[in-house]
Design a protein around this ligand. Structure first.
Ligand code: LMR
Length: 340
């Protein structure tokens, strides 16, 4: 055996050392054996800031955990099922909870059509988070995000654990799609095409601010078709999967990126990302949640940025988004009121 400084330390010693470092976090995935949960778990295993990865699902999570645990990064992966307090164990002492649980769309469905099934799934998981991980940062992927985030906030309020800075709707896929689609139109690299996307995460509530991209000159039919593709990018995947679900791989990548931004910020390097949060931007108009650029920090959502300068075309898009958002948010809130 070759003797190196690294193997002079036992696994326990190394873990104790890394756990004391800033970049050492427990992340829990609720819905880890599903279409998004599996690739997301893999991507989180590859993230060296994650030292403990807890994978929970109604079935299959121990298998996913065993599989992912062979990926050679130095984190511990455990799989949990509902039996024997599995949900509590998955959530105990966790720093970040990511929730992709729920069913996906089939062709012809809107995200809102998932409400009846996913609302109660998310409500019940939120109750468990409030009970077992009341200080965790919570990232919601389960659709319809415009309504599930308000559901989680209502549950947390009822449990006395709500901290608006710690709850996020993951809208990162809209940001990634915007960069990719604009790069295809212009013939550039997606990483060179940042586009702020604001509003919510469904149809017309997704508002890419192209005037703040590198191509404010885009106009007419080209701009309209690009905006439409970004707003309805999810439908493209649902249609292509032809009944087998919606975006899982790109959504996992988006959620892994947002989780990484959050962990980077918790560790002291602020990152600014669009995300759907409890926002002051349109509260006076009765819209409690809104996605805009948010600077993340050690306490979560530190600064919620205003939209900045937008053009007339975007003003109209925002107005349309607000109409749907208001209904989506109210639906989530009334659901918890009627079904606590
Ligand atoms: C997406 O944007 O791809 C996801 O929200 C899944 C969906 O239903 O479109």
């Amino acid at each position: 055996m070759v003797f190196t400084a690294r193997n002079a330390f036992s696994q326990v010693q190394r873990r104790a050392f890394s756990a004391s470092a800033a970049n050492a976090y427990k992340v829990t995935v609720l819905g880890a054996a599903g279409g998004i949960g599996q690739p997301l778990s893999l991507l989180l295993k590859l993230n060296t800031k994650v030292t403990d990865l807890a994978l929970y699902d109604l079935r299959g999570a121990p298998g996913v955990a065993a599989d992912v645990s062979h990926v050679p990064t130095d984190s511990v992966v455990r799989g949990y099922l509902p039996a024997d307090g599995g949900l509590e164990a998955a959530l105990k002492n966790t720093d970040v909870v990511v929730i992709p649980a729920g069913i996906p769309r089939k062709p012809g469905m809107t995200r809102d059509d998932l409400f009846n099934t996913n609302a109660s799934i998310v409500r019940d998981l939120a109750k468990a988070v409030a009970d077992y991980a009341p200080r965790a940062f919570v990232c919601i992927i389960s659709n319809p995000v415009n309504s599930t985030v308000p559901i989680v906030s209502e549950v947390f309020k009822s449990k006395g654990t709500y901290d608006p800075k710690r709850l996020f709707g993951v809208t990162t896929l809209d940001v990634l799609r915007s960069s990719r689609f604009i790069s295809q139109v212009i013939g550039t690299k997606p990483e060179d095409e940042p586009v702020p996307v604001v509003g919510g995460h469904s149809g017309v509530t997704i508002v890419p601010l192209l005037s703040q991209s590198n191509h404010p000159e885009l106009s007419g039919e080209l701009r309209d078709s690009l905006v439409h593709r970004i707003q309805f990018g999810g439908d493209e995947v649902v249609k292509a999967k032809d009944g087998a679900g919606s975006a899982t791989l790109s959504m996992a990548q988006a959620a892994a990126r947002f989780t990484n931004s959050l962990l980077t910020s918790l560790a002291g390097t602020p990152v600014t990302e669009p995300t759907y949060v409890d926002s002051p931007l349109f509260k006076s108009e009765g819209i409690e949640f809104f996605a805009s650029k948010v600077t993340l920090g050690p306490h979560g959502a530190e600064t919620i940025h205003p939209l900045g300068k937008i053009n007339e075309y975007e003003e109209a898009l925002i107005e349309a988004a607000k109409v749907d958002l208001k209904k989506n948010i109210a639906k989530g809130i009334s659901f918890v009121e009627a079904n606590p």
